[in-house]
Design a protein around this ligand. Structure first.
Ligand SMILES: Nc1ncnc2c1ncn2[C@@H]1O[C@H](COP(=O)(O)OP(=O)(O)OP(=O)(O)O)[C@@H](O)[C@H]1O
Ligand SMILES: [Mg+2]
Length: 354
């Protein structure tokens, strides 16, 4: 990537040293008056991670594990009644929402673009409006011209004609491209994509993911990709973060986490996903229940489902442990368990089974 490309939205990422997203010890809770138990409930606990400019990082985890809330906090868009209870979030070195939210460096796209697009406004005008939020005082005519350029950039055919159409005239995949266009129009540093292709056909999914990947590379965008689909994550992301019951439980390169997971939960997930299913890419829940936010659990939140649990695991919250460069795991026993797994594989190799 270099800074001499003629495109005005191209950024030079080679000089960037600070992370685009930096989350340290983030906790999120729901207000007492919004809960049926009469006290505030933690929904996300002690989450820390970083994403570099130009990097696409996957955020995986079963439904309800806290992925969307974590992402919303980074975007400065937590829902009403839900608040940041602790920790620090920085986007390009600033707290999210510092200054006016609309100037924010974070853009977010969701599973269903129809809920975010204005149904009664032409697509081109919606993009032009986003352009003018970034470039205050730009004429309507100029912003409309830019909107057509952006539609072209997100690979919508016949962009000038398409700009005059309404969302209902767009197919699902085209709507997601239009949403990405609106996001890109704000020239963000960070793009959060929350299940961006889950509602789309497989072939359309690939096109949209190719587009996100291209924009990441061209604009030096930091992308946080939330997906149930480990196939998509493994194809597109160098690193992956795995959440369980409101906590991050494992961080590593995608290859490390998929091929040799350290946390018993992640290991269990990988074992119960046959290779084929992994290619097809769905994050199957393990047997048993994920504890909800109301469950009072003094120690490891996976303890009740863990085959390796000891008394110590149940006593106090388990911190993230450093498991090598860029590798973290929230398990007291990760070292002995990973040594045992290595021995297992060696034994199988000797027996000629593998
Ligand atoms: N506005 C809210 N008020 C109260 N609780 C909430 C709210 N939003 C989410 N929660 C709770 O917080 C937890 C995490 O929710 P979140 O939406 O972040 O999960 P997720 O990992 O994105 O799940 P999914 O894969 O289903 O999208 C869940 O227990 C959920 O019920
Ligand atoms: Mg979600």
């Amino acid at each position: 990537m270099n800074a001499t490309m003629s495109d005005p939205t191209t950024r030079d990422v080679t000089v960037a040293v600070r992370p685009a997203i930096s989350v340290a010890d983030l906790s999120i809770e729901v207000d007492a008056r919004d809960t049926f138990v009469g006290r505030a409930l933690p929904l996300v606990r002690h989450v820390s991670f970083e994403v570099a400019p130009g990097e696409m990082v996957g955020l995986a985890g079963e439904s309800g594990s806290g992925k969307s809330l974590t992402a919303s906090a980074v975007a400065g868009l937590l829902p009403e009644g839900v608040r940041q209870a602790g920790g620090d979030i920085q986007v390009m070195g600033r707290a999210p929402g510092a200054g006016r939210r609309r100037d924010s460096d974070v853009a977010m796209i969701f599973q269903n673009p129809m809920t975010s697009l204005n149904p009664s406004m032409r697509i081109g005008d919606q993009i032009a409006e986003a352009v003018r939020l970034r470039h205050k005082g730009m004429s309507r005519k100029e912003s409309r011209r830019r909107a057509v350029e952006i539609l072209d950039r997100v690979e919508v055919n016949r962009p000038a004609e398409r700009a005059r159409q309404y969302p209902f005239e767009f197919s699902g995949g085209m709507r997601q491209r239009a949403m990405i266009g609106i996001a890109v129009a704000r020239e963000p540093s960070v793009l959060i994509a929350d299940e961006p292709t889950t509602a789309l056909d497989v072939t359309v999914q690939k096109g949209v993911m190719d587009l996100l990947d291209r924009l990441r590379a061209e604009m030096g965008l930091a992308v946080l990709l939330i997906s149930h689909d480990l196939g998509v994550i493994s194809e597109r992301c160098d690193r992956v973060l795995v959440m369980y019951s409101g906590e991050l439980v494992e961080i590593g390169t995608t290859r490390q986490v998929l091929d040799s997971p350290l946390h018993p939960y992640v290991d269990g997930l990988m074992r119960c996903i046959p290779e084929r299913a992994l290619e097809l890419g769905s994050l199957q829940p393990l047997p048993g229940q994920v504890p909800g936010p109301e469950a009072h659990i003094p120690g490891c939140r996976f303890a009740d489902r863990c085959a390796f649990v000891t008394d110590e695991c149940r006593q106090a919250p388990v911190p993230m442990a450093d498991a090598g460069p860029g590798r973290e795991v929230r398990c007291l026993r990760w070292q002995e368990l990973s040594a045992a797994r290595v021995a297992d594989v060696a034994q199988l190799d000797e027996g000629g089974v593998r």
